[in-house]
Design a protein around this ligand. Structure first.
Ligand code: CDP
Length: 229
């Protein structure tokens, strides 16, 4: 590739705003690593539900986050996954997409000690460069020096519709109204928490993906990237 691009690209935004779809396409085009930080918070939540049976004891959940081994690796199975997610060696890639994890992940992600443990690992990966990292606080907290920051948004109805279709495609039962309600709740917790709340970095480029395809969003990002590199 003869054009120059920023080495660290941060994409933040609310649930199902298209961060992963766009991030994967972008990383492929640039031959960068795609890293979805949501997988890590989901993995801790899954481990807490499994081992502690609850997520409301902050000290226990934090201790778990500090000691559990989370690995996010290139996909080893062709079943639509974007990465393998392992907890202490166990493949939990699909388990972390369950409604139960969805319903508890924002509470777990609001614990400062959990965020510290995850942020530390994410910075190590991000600072190696040639990376597209997606999440809620990448441009604001994890990699504030990223050369390019995107804040990807879409209306909550559109995002709920996308999540609904994703579940149906995977052959799971889905209820649009329930998904919409759960998504609003998660948005609310994520954007009002005390530590690293979901918000655009002051130097982020904001893109609304309501009426444009993922490919069009990627083209927009590439045009912006070419200008700043
Ligand atoms: O896939 P979806 O957009 O629904 O969510 P996700 O990106 O997998 O993130 C799941 C949850 O993890 C979010 O609702 C946040 O509570 C938390 N999260 C976070 O706090 N910080 C990040 N950098 C990424 C995710």
């Amino acid at each position: 590739m003869d054009k120059k691009y920023p080495s660290i690209i941060a994409i933040d935004g609310p649930a199902a705003s298209g961060k992963s779809t766009v991030g994967v396409l972008l990383a492929k085009k640039l031959d960068y690593l795609f890293f979805d930080t949501g997988n890590m918070y989901r993995a801790v939540t899954w481990a807490a539900l499994k081992r502690l049976k609850r997520v409301d004891n902050e000290a226990d959940v934090t201790h778990l986050a500090e000691t559990v081994q989370i690995d996010v690796q290139p996909p080893s199975v062709e079943d639509g996954r974007l990465a393998d997610v392992l907890v202490d060696g166990e493949d939990i890639t699909w388990q972390i997409r369950s409604p139960e994890v969805d319903a508890n992940v924002s509470q777990v992600s609001a614990y400062p000690g959990v965020r510290d443990a995850m942020t530390y690992q994410q910075r190590r990966i991000g600072n190696r460069g040639r990376v597209v990292m997606v999440g809620r606080d990448i441009g604001t907290v994890v990699l504030p020096d990223a050369e390019l920051k995107i804040y990807l948004d879409a209306s909550v109805e559109e995002r709920a519709r996308r999540r609904y279709e994703e579940l149906v495609r995977r052959g799971e039962t889905a209820d649009y109204e329930k998904i919409l309600k759960a998504m609003k709740k998660r948005d609310q917790i994520d954007s009002t928490r005390a530590v690293a709340p979901l918000r655009p970095a002051s130097d982020a480029v904001q893109i609304c993906s309501d009426r444009i395809s993922a490919e069009q969003v990627v083209d927009q990002i590439l045009r912006i990237a070419e200008k700043i590199a």
